[in-house]
Design a protein around this ligand. Structure first.
Ligand code: CMP
Length: 136
């Protein structure tokens, strides 16, 4: 039975700055994830704080929000079979040092902060994150 899902992907400032966006988009499309929506934006620190509020109790929260708002990002809606899980597999582990070979974070990530991409971690969060960037 088919299970078409949508998930949110962000190409973070470190990857946009190094002109890696096309390489990253190609990884998605070659793996059967369609890019349904795509926009380049530069968010404020307050917007980043709202987006990442699930992490507000973490010691890295302030730096994380400062970083996501430090330069342009590309936000996308990806769609495909099991899109949430497929996207997370393509991204690899949060810390590029732990990421599997040929994942986006292994190929392009610089550090746990500058890890090139964000992707929704569940269907529920995908809905919320898509709403955050595309429905207001
Ligand atoms: P992301 O998938 O965007 O979700 C939250 C981000 O916090 C994560 O990627 C990392 O870039 C960043 N981060 C920084 N420090 C940590 C940490 N110790 N554990 C998890 N995420 C971290």
């Amino acid at each position: 039975m088919s299970n078409i899902e949508q998930t949110l992907s962000i190409i973070k400032p470190d990857a946009v700055e190094r002109n890696l966006s096309e390489n990253i988009k190609n990884i998605f499309t070659k793996n059967d994830l369609k890019i349904k929506e795509n926009k380049k934006i530069h968010i404020t620190k307050d917007e980043a704080a709202e987006f990442y509020k699930v992490h507000q109790s973490k010691p890295f929260y302030n730096d994380l929000c400062a970083y996501l708002s430090s330069g342009p990002i590309i936000v996308m809606i990806l769609e495909g079979e099991n899109a949430v899980l497929v996207n997370r597999k393509l991204m690899g582990a949060t810390n590029p040092l732990d990421a599997e070979e040929n994942t986006i974070r292994k190929l392009y990530g610089i550090s746990i902060d500058k890890n090139s991409v964000h992707g929704s971690d569940s269907i529920d969060n995908a809905k919320k994150e898509i709403e955050f960037f595309f429905k207001n």
